[in-house]
Design a protein around this ligand. Structure first.
Ligand code: GLU
Length: 428
């Protein structure tokens, strides 16, 4: 089975939307083409005193609706096609939640798991130096993504301010609170997804009590969504990290699992050492060890991919048992899998809506930084809920009228919004 790259997948989804909209070739071309691609090399002195070089990217996809906005990921597989796709998705996502921002994305091809804190800090400063002329509060505002975090955002802000010789908290979002971060930003991606999920369950007349949830990925989004859903009465039956999954039909306590993962250095190590697993402990806790692939196909009501792209593909989509998929990761489902899921009647809440809570609270953080006036956590949550629910209802209503999937509805709706901005700029 040959897989298309993430950007080819974006083009395919766009093409589908364009058929419904009847776009001109000029309009389609603009939506297919990033405004600017920055590919640089970062060089640092490693802890072993040798020079280490890394590929660094920033793709500025669209600023039709406002400054470019989007995270920076540090990952061994971050390449230009992936970053381009993620930048395009950011333009769509910001338009879905109707915030006045465009789309961009950055990356460094590196493996943070084998780098020291000092090396990661040097890479972070190197990324800012390489991109300094092209980013800034009115141009392009980065944020965290896979394997980057508030501490890295703080270091990046420090480097940016050093270069420009002035305070500029609005340069980057997802910062620590002490540097102008926003309350509620850490949990925003998960919380936004939960608002939408709860609304969907409400319109289906369902109740959360006992609904079984499996979550792939235990990073920022995965861990927080597990905790929030657990506290609301959902049963968390499966969790996973990059090494494997734990499945417990009677439910897990995610916070307990997180504490043990932290102590043992990985989910797998809670029960196993190498290939040897403690059968008694597994039995006592009612837990089974699974692969990440097996977790996606497990018995559950709600599946939440919260890790990397292209996890649900034509090879496994047919085996998925969940009735709802909440895409907290970016691009977790391929277009081929989408067709299969639609045929099976599985409802997919697409990434551009499901995980848009993150960038929405990033927008709030930026607004607070520019105004130098800060909000309470209640204010942040209330504003986030309003935006998420309004985006959700726009999409659900449009999908019902057009009899199309939520993903297609989201794309069609927001391509219109982006084109409207381009028209008023006289660009199409
Ligand atoms: N990396 C997150 C995303 O993919 C957040 C982006 C942001 O806050 O700018 O949506």
């Amino acid at each position: 089975m040959s897989q298309k790259n993430p950007f080819q997948n974006y083009l395919e989804i766009l093409e589908n939307a364009s058929k419904i909209l009847g776009l001109s070739s000029k309009e389609l071309k603009i939506l297919q083409t990033p405004n600017r691609i920055l590919e640089k090399e970062i060089s640092i002195i490693g802890d072993d005193t040798h020079e280490k070089k890394f590929k660094a990217y920033r793709v500025q996809f669209s600023n039709a609706r406002g400054p470019y906005k989007g995270g920076i990921r540090f990952h061994p597989e971050a390449d230009i096609e992936e970053v381009k796709a993620l930048a395009a998705l950011m333009s769509i996502k910001c338009a879905v939640v109707n915030i006045p921002l465009g789309g961009g994305k950055g990356g460094v091809q590196c493996n943070p798991k084998i780098l020291s804190d000092r090396e990661i800090s040097e890479i972070s400063r190197g990324w800012v130096r390489a991109m300094a002329d092209f980013v800034g509060p009115e141009k392009d505002i980065p944020a965290p993504d896979v394997y980057t975090n508030p501490e890295i955002m703080g270091i990046m802000m420090d480097e940016f301010e050093k270069i420009h010789g002035k305070s500029a908290p609005g340069f980057i979002t997802g910062k620590p609170l002490a540097l102008g971060g926003s309350l509620g930003r850490g949990t925003a991606t998960a919380q936004g997804g939960v608002y939408v999920l709860e609304e969907l369950i409400k319109i289906q007349n369902g109740t959360p009590e006992g609904m079984k949830v499996a979550i792939q990925g235990f990073g920022n989004a995965g861990l927080h969504v597990a905790n929030i859903l657990h506290s609301l009465g959902y049963k968390i039956v499966g969790v996973s990290d990059s090494h494997g999954a734990l499945y417990a039909p009677n439910g897990l306590d995610p916070q307990q699992i997180a504490t043990q993962k932290h102590e043992k250095g990985g989910l797998h190590h809670i029960y196993c050492e190498g290939n040897i697993c403690d059968a008694k402990k597994l039995m006592a806790d009612g837990v089974q060890i699974m692969t990440n692939e097996e977790l996606l196909e497990c018995e559950c009501d709600i599946l939440i991919p919260a890790a990397l792209d292209r996890q649900i593909h034509e090879g496994n989509a047919g085996n998925i048992k969940a009735k709802i998929i909440l895409e907290l990761a970016n691009g977790p489902t391929t277009p081929e899998a989408d067709v299969i899921l639609e045929e099976k009647g599985i409802l997919v809440i697409p990434d551009v809506l499901a995980n848009a809570g993150g960038v929405t609270v990033s927008y709030f953080e930026w607004v607070q930084n520019l105004a130098n006036y800060y909000w309470t956590e209640e204010e942040v949550k209330e504003k986030l809920k309003k935006i998420m629910l309004s985006a959700f209802h726009d999409i659900v209503e449009f999908a019902q009228i057009q009899k199309i999937s939520y993903r297609k509805a989201a794309f069609v709706l927001v391509v219109r919004r982006i084109l409207e901005a381009l028209k008023f700029r006289g660009r199409v």
